[in-house]
Write a protein that binds this ligand. Sequence first.
Ligand code: XLS
Ligand code: NI
Ligand code: NI
Length: 442
Amino acid sequence: MKRRATTEYFPGIPRIPYEGPSSKNPLAFRHYNPEELVDGKPMREHLRFSVVYWHTIRGKLSDMFGEGTAVRPWEDGSNSLELARTRVRVAFELIEKLGAPFYAFHDRDVAPEGRSLRETNRNLDAIVKVLKEEQARTGIRLLWGTACLFAHPRFVHGAATSCNADVFAYAAAQVKKAIEVTHELGGAGYVFWGGREGYSTLLNTDLKRELDHLGRFLHLAVDYKRTLGFRGQFYIEPKPKEPTKHQYDSDAAACLNFLREYDLLGDFKLNLETNHATLAGHTMQHDMEVAIAANALGSIDANVGDVLLGWDTDQFPTNVYLTTEIMLSLLKMGGFTTGGLNFDAKVRRESFEPEDLFHAHIGGMDAFARGLKIASAIRRDGRLAEFIRQRYGSWDEGIGKRIESGKAGFRELEAYMLERGDAALNRSGRQEWLENLINDFI
Ligand code: XLS
Ligand code: NI
Ligand code: NI
C-alpha cells in the first residue's frame, strides 16, 4: 500500500482530468492527454513536464515596490525544518494533482540555511529524506537539481567568479553537496545557472581571471561527478543579464564557445530558457537551433517574457505560436533524452490564490500539448520540410555537391564561374507564404 498524505493542502481541487477541447471546466486539460500517442509516442514522454520548487512553492509574489501577496495557508512565517517538511507535502500534492512527471529545485528552496555549512547540510539531509518518501509514494521524479549560489550576501561578487577565493571554496562545497543530493534522489540532470557569475562594471573586474575560475569550477564538478558515479546530465543555463549587468553565460552561442574553450563540451549540454533567449535579443527557436547544431540542447525552462517589460518576468507560456516553434525544433532533434519542459515560471503578483498555481500550469501544459500536435501535423504534411529541401537543392548536385564534399577549390570555382558568366537566378524565400502555411495548422 502506498502511504497517503494525511492533510490536503489544495482542498476542492481534484486530480486534473483530460476533458478535451470542448470542455468548459477550468480545472481540466483540453489538449494535454498524457497517454495519447503523437508520432507513436505518448504525450507524457514527448513533453516531460516539470514543476519548479522555487517559484511555485517558495515564491512570495513580492516585487521591488511591495511585499509578497501570495496566500499560502500552510506558511507560518517561520524558517523551520517543520515548515520545510510541510512544503514538500504541499509540492507533491500539487505536482501529483497536475499529473506532471518531474520537478526541479535549488538546495536552498527545499531546506533552510543554518548557522554553518555543516548545519545547512544537515537541514538539507533532513528534507531530502522527505523528498525521497514523496518520490516513492507518487512516482514523481527529479528532472534536475541545482545549488542557489546567488541569494545569500556571501555571493555578492559571484560564486565561482568571485574575487574572494573563500567564496569559490564555499560554492564548491555547496555544489558538491547539491550534486550528491541530486544523485541520491535519482535526478536526471544537474543545472549550473551562474546566478551572479558576471559583472556590474569592468572597472573592478579581471574578466579573464574570472572566466578561468569558472572553467576550473566546472572541471572540478565534472571530476567529482565521476568520482561519485552520478550519471545525470550536466547543463549550463544561459542568461544575458539580471542580476548582473553582464552574465558570462549570456546566450547559447556564448555558452558553447566557453565550453569549447575550456574543453568542457563533452560533459555539458544547455538548459535553455525562453525569457533568457529573448533578453539576449534572440527568439527561443534561435537559441534552440544554435544548441541543436552543436548537439548540445539538453533541456528547456519553459516560460515567456513580456515585450513591454524588459526583464525576466518568467511568465507561464500560453502562446501557441511559441510552443509550436519550440516543438518543431524539438521534434526535428528527435525529442528529449534526459531533459524536459520545466516550468521556470511564476504566477503574477495579482494571482495570489493557491488555485492560480493550477490555472497557470494547466495553461502551460495545454499550450505545449497543442504545440506538439500542431508541430507533428506540420511535419506530417511535409510541405515546410520540402520547401527547405528544394531551397538548398543546388547543394545536392553539381558544383554545390563538389563544394560540400571538399572537392572544389577556389581555382575550380573560378573556372566554373568564368565559364558560366554569372550565378543561376535566385528564387524567392517565400516567407509570407510559409507564415500562412503555419497558420493553416494553428
Ligand atoms: C533564473 C534562472 C534560474 C535557474 C535555476 O533566472 O532561470 O531559475 O533556472 O537556477
Ligand atoms: Ni531557469
Ligand atoms: Ni528566468
